[in-house]
Write a protein that binds this ligand. Structure first.
Ligand code: GAP
Length: 556
């Protein structure tokens, strides 16, 4: 699998501003930090160990869709549980919501997505490659124009304008002619005729400066940009008519809209006062033109979003508070501070209604890319839904007797992107080669115990000693109701440790002869186990009676 070393960001939250005359300039990934080799190893480990698989792989794969295997599913649950615990359970001012994925077209018309959530795309006339028009680097050079081509022997000809840009100084002009012949050869009815036998017609040249309608890869002319709809549309009901707008629904492109649409119901049913938030974790769908970099840009993905409603005068302060809160969360789950970057999006690049937007970016092996946006959205969303639905969405302040549309601060995180960041952060290859010895590289996933898919592995020293196996199974039964544990009795203990290192299990529990009180002079170690720590590889003994609290303290 290839990894694009750099690619620009697109902001959904400011897509309206980013379209048209004010395209969001591309933010190039930090090339110095790209590491294709590391990323390939990570993708391979994810498949080999059952973290993440390509969706429908046996049928060639469904582009932009991914399935989480047994270990990936655990990591995802751990992350979502922690996010929910920190943002909903441990706070008095935030409530949860679980909205439907199928979304009424009126909701997305009001929000501006219908007819608005699209990318301008153009196609290369030679290779048919599809490019984001607003991301093409301006180029200068000499353009070679042709009006058509013919083939003398067969009498074949085509009248069609085509151009090629040579963007390097002193480039051989025959390169432009060769590209043009390849373009015209597509129209040949007799495919036996080689492109080089075509005669080009009407050649002329012009000097071009900072133009964006040529493919930077091959100089070929591109089509005019066309808007490409990014939402997945579907028809509801058995007798749905394609033209009936009421039968049209969309797979939601963000979880945020159901929060805005249900804000009044949540407020009225829970008698909450400003400021308060509504949190949601759930799937979102975008028909991305170029899904890439493993799960980073997918067509189906999960978001973890909060809409935090407040008085207008508190909006800017709360945006800064949420930024700090979210950075603390990333620190807690184990993303290194020095790999996180905050971009304060400048005026003109933010959505017109946003007075402040921060991007939190992470140094992925394929470059510095967005993990989360923290946006102050003002009263834009609720205002739009009030206008389109005709329903009163104001908040009534009992104390001041004011009625107004609350403002919103939105921390919007990508669940899959965070998992990818966690996996990239955790992946390590430790060189344990001793001087003069055979090379020994230990692959370790250094997940924080809270995130690790398996919390503890239970390993009887030998599988042919029934008393060790029985004791190990007792330990497994003791821990299993409280955490994800893994029982393994195959292979030498050292190999079993390494297997657990590779999937990030923080603690390996070995049941040995000392556990059974069978080691002479070590009878006091009866009913204790060896705990081997993943990162330091150090070992310590813990009494079985203490094991559960010992682990619980370390995995939460
Ligand atoms: N409600 C605001 C909103 O949706 P966004 O910046 O478009 O804003 C928020 O998306 C987050 O969702 C992003 O920061 C990213 O983590 C995640 N995300 C967006 N598009 C994604 C995609 N195609 N694949 C994976 N994650 C994506």
């Amino acid at each position: 699998m290839g990894f694009q070393k750099n690619f620009p960001l697109r902001h959904f939250s400011c897509f309206l501003a980013a379209r048209g005359k004010n395209p969001r300039p591309k933010t190039m990934a930090n090339k110095d930090q790209t590491d294709t080799n590391r990323m390939e190893k990570i993708v391979s480990l994810c498949k080999r160990k059952g973290f993440i698989f390509q969706s429908a792989e046996i049928y060639g794969g469904l582009n932009g869709c991914w399935d989480y295997g047994p270990l990936g599913a655990e990591v995802k649950r751990n992350l979502k549980d922690l996010w929910w615990r920190k943002n909903v359970l441990e706070r008095d001012d935030i409530l949860g919501l679980d909205g439907s994925i199928l979304t009424h077209q009126a909701v997305l018309s009001a929000s501006g997505h219908v007819g608005g959530f699209s990318d301008p795309m153009c196609d290369c006339l030679l290779t048919k490659a599809r490019l984001r028009a607003d991301q093409i680097e301006p180029q200068s050079g000499i353009a070679y124009h042709f009006t058509g081509a013919s083939h003398e022997e067969s009498g074949w000809s085509v009248d069609r304008a085509y151009s090629v840009l040579l963007n390097q100084p002193n480039q051989d002009e025959n390169k432009a002619r060769k590209t043009a012949r390849e373009f015209y050869a597509q129209f040949l009815t007799d495919k036996q005729i080689p492109a080089k036998r075509l005669i080009l017609v009407g050649e002329s040249t012009s000097e071009e400066k900072e133009v964006t309608h040529y493919n930077p890869e091959n100089g070929s002319l591109l089509t005019e940009p066309r808007d490409f709809e990014l939402m997945f549309k579907t028809q509801m009901g058995a007798s749905a008519d394609d033209n009936d707008p009421n039968a049209t629904a969309y797979l939601r492109p963000e979880t945020a809209q159901s929060i805005f649409v249900q804000y009044k119901n949540v407020m009225d049913s829970n008698r909450v006062k400003l400021p308060f938030g509504i949190a949601q974790i759930g799937k979102a769908f975008r028909n991305e033109i170029n899904p890439r970099n493993f799960t980073f840009r997918s067509r189906e993905f999960e978001q973890m979003e909060i809409e935090y409603f407040c008085r207008p005068e508190d909006g800017l302060r709360l945006t800064d508070e949420w930024l700090a809160n979210r950075l603390a969360f990333y620190d807690e789950i184990g993303l290194k501070k020095e790999k996180l970057h905050v971009l304060d999006i400048p005026d003109g690049e933010r959505a017109h209604y946003s007075q402040k937007t921060y991007d939190i970016e992470y140094d992925f092996p394929f470059g510095q890319q967005e993990l989360e946006g923290v946006a102050y959205r003002g009263d834009y969303d609720l205002g739009k839904h009030k206008e389109h639905s005709g329903k009163p969405l104001e908040y009534f302040d009992e104390q001041t007797k004011e009625r107004f549309i609350p403002h919103v601060v939105e921390p919007s995180a990508g669940c899959d992107r965070t998992i990818l960041a966690l996996i990239c952060e955790a992946f390590d290859e430790e060189d344990l080669t001793k001087e003069g010895g055979k090379q020994d590289i230990r692959t370790v996933m250094r997940f924080k115990p809270t995130i690790a898919p398996i919390k503890a592995a239970i390993l009887p020293l030998l599988k042919n000693k029934p008393e060790l196996v029985e004791k190990a199974r007792e330990v497994k039964n003791l821990l299993q109701p409280f955490m994800n544990v893994f029982y393994d009795e195959t292979a030498a203990i050292g190999r079993r440790y390494r297997r657990q290192d590779e999937v990030g299990t923080p603690f390996c529990i070995a049941i040995d002869f000392e556990t059974m009180g069978l080691e002479e002079g070590k009878e006091d170690l009866k009913d204790t186990v060896t705990i081997r720590h993943r990162d330091s590889m150090k070992q310590e003994r813990v009494a079985i009676s203490e094991l559960l609290p010992w682990l619980l303290e370390r995995i939460h």
